[in-house]
Design a binder for this molecule. Structure first.
Ligand SMILES: [Cu+2]
Length: 580
């Protein structure tokens, strides 16, 4: 506790997250990051090279107007952006100044299991006062991030961006003139233990989006009394609300962009005519964001660090732990980088501008949409929309929605337990890859879906699956219990993967919450209907009542974590994977 005498206030470095100068061929290591145009407001600092010293400590911050304690890296929240280069060996000394054990997990990074940073699985954690040294060769490039895997430390600030430069400049299949990290996160002055306790007592504690009597009469007018009443009764019987879009909301959260509130307006500059790369990373504990830049098309060029066939969109949903790289070509003026939470309880905006000192106008936040029959796992998703882009998507979307795939590979049965941790079941879960999800349906904008993602490289020669496992994401909303196959982590046997095999994993989401599932140590090659372009991801959002499949080449021996990345779901919705 003595550490609290160090009442340092959160530093905000007076430099922007400007990563490159005029040309991407001028690398950071060459000092090419400054062409005289810098952003005006603070951002995490940027550390480059092969050797890093990170100190984890408690720091007093003031996000909401009153002081609170954050878990910081080198005194800042988010921690510094680390810049590595593919092919090089990095050494990171992490010193723990907390009174409790800590850890850093390098999210999405392919590395030896003992460097993965998950206490009780990969290593013992970093004890108070100790320094742990991570050392491994960097085998990939792109946009990634790091975070604590100890307790609730991620919620209190222990997270930061990783930018990995390609081995050779120009190795990436897209061009740009300027490069910014956009880290989204959720901050609460409440202690995470207190948030969790409240959820255990009442799972909709933070949800103020429940329907009103007025809404009911509106529905009656729309669909008639009987239909409106039936729908309401059904939800009540399930002790669920069709507005239960998010467990933790802006009632307690302040949403941040690169550590700054909407009022503090994180600001980035460009010159008209430039191509600007924006590396969006969702570093939240619990918040799924919908991101758009009104007035600008975004060209999505990478997902979870890996290049995809470019796709132009106006909006995308970014689940906890995912990353999307987009390229924009703004004209003279100011644009709002706008991220609203999935439940529309709050948002954070920043400014992308050709001039200093201009705050972009924020668009109004949208109204929350209600969950539908599809979200309850009762089938029924069809992208019937009249909008041209949806019709277009149908062409390759059609196949994957039905995707009956009479599996030619054997399914390995796993233990399942119907009971306290599995109180609801999706009756007719469907592949809904072309469904943008609740809140984004039929909003008149071109919204990215998983069906749009196609790997940049061909996956035609990737091996076919040897076998399949099916994992049900289960829960009990009344008691706020989360599990896999009805079995909480504490009661579960590890999953056995066999070294060298190609595994197909199918998730069925039997809950009404979205779960971003993250497998450590190995890639998740998402099936979007085209086996020649499987999408390489580290985190896959499984929509409520939906089903999704991906393939894993089991090429890393050892013990790995496999879990939902919603921090307060993770305790139960977690498995240890043993690759034998
Ligand atoms: Cu979850």
């Amino acid at each position: 506790m003595s550490k609290m005498t160090r009442r340092t206030f959160l530093q905000s470095a007076a430099v922007a997250t400007l990563l490159y100068g005029v040309s991407p061929t001028r690398s950071l290591a060459d000092g090419g990051e400054n062409d005289g145009i810098g952003a005006t407001t603070g951002s995490p600092s940027i550390l480059k090279g092969n050797t890093f010293h990170l100190t984890i400590d408690r720091t007093v911050v003031n996000i909401t107007g009153k002081p609170a304690i954050a878990t910081t890296v080198n005194g800042t929240m988010p921690g510094p952006t680390l810049v590595w280069r593919e092919g090089e060996e990095v050494t990171i000394h992490v010193t723990n100044r907390l009174p409790v054990s800590t850890s850093i997990h390098w999210h999405g990074i392919i590395l030896p299991p003992e460097m993965d940073g998950v206490p009780d699985i990969s290593f013992d954690g970093i004890a108070p006062g100790e320094t742990f040294t991570y050392c491994f060769k960097v085998k990939q490039h792109g946009t990634y991030w790091y975070h604590s895997h100890s307790g609730f430390q991620e919620q209190t600030g222990l997270h930061g961006a990783l930018v990995i430069l390609p081995r050779n400049p120009g190795d990436e299949p897209f061009e740009y003139d300027r490069d910014y990290v956009i880290a989204l996160s959720d901050w609460s002055d409440e202690k995470p233990e207190s948030i969790y306790r409240k959820l255990k007592i009442q799972s909709d504690y933070y949800n103020f989006n429940q329907r009103t009597v007025g809404d009911f009469f509106h529905e009656v007018a729309e669909k008639g009394f009987v239909e409106a009443f039936k729908a309401r009764k059904m939800w009540n019987e399930m002790r669920m609300s069709d507005r239960d879009l998010s467990d933790v909301t802006a009632y307690t959260y302040t949403f941040l962009m690169n550590g700054r509130t909407d009022a503090q307006d994180w600001h980035a500059l460009f010159r008209p005519g430039e191509k600007v790369r924006l590396r969006f990373i969702n570093q939240s504990a619990m918040t799924i964001f919908d991101v758009r830049i009104p007035g600008l098309k975004m060209r999505v060029v990478a997902a979870d660090g890996n290049p995809v066939q470019p796709v132009d969109v106006e909006e995308f949903r970014i689940a906890v732990a995912e990353s999307y790289d987009v390229i924009v070509e703004p004209e003279e003026g100011s644009y709002c980088l706008f991220a609203q939470s999935i439940d529309r309880s709050g948002f954070v905006g920043g400014t992308l501008s050709s001039r200093n000192g201009v705050r972009a106008k924020r668009p109004p936040m949208e109204k929350p949409q209600s969950l539908t029959m599809a979200d309850m796992g009762m089938g029924g998703w069809r992208s019937t929309g009249g909008m041209s882009h949806e019709t277009m998507k149908m062409d390759h979307g059609k196949m994957k929605m039905d995707m009956p795939h009479k599996t030619p590979w054997p399914v390995t049965p796993l233990p399942m337990r119907k009971g306290v941790a599995w109180t609801m079941t999706a009756m007719d879960p469907r592949y809904r890859l072309d469904d943008p999800g609740v809140g984004l349906r039929h909003n008149g904008r071109r919204v990215l879906t998983y069906a749009d993602l196609r790997n940049y490289r061909s996956t035609a020669d990737d091996p076919k699956p040897d076998r399949e496992i099916v994992l049900h994401l289960t829960g009990n909303m009344e008691r706020y219990i989360w599990a896999i196959n009805g079995i909480k982590y504490a009661d579960a046997q590890p999953l056995r993967f066999h070294y060298g095999e190609r595994l197909r994993i199918t998730f069925i989401n039997d809950t009404m919450m979205p779960h971003p599932m993250h497998l450590h140590g190995m890639w998740s090659d998402l099936e979007t209907g085209d086996d020649t372009r499987l999408v390489r991801k580290h985190t896959v959002l499984v929509q409520p009542g939906a089903k999704i499949s991906y393939r894993v080449t089991v090429d890393a021996r050892g013990s790995w974590a496999y879990h939902c990345h919603m921090l307060y779901h993770m305790l139960g919705m977690f498995r240890k994977v043993e690759v034998v």
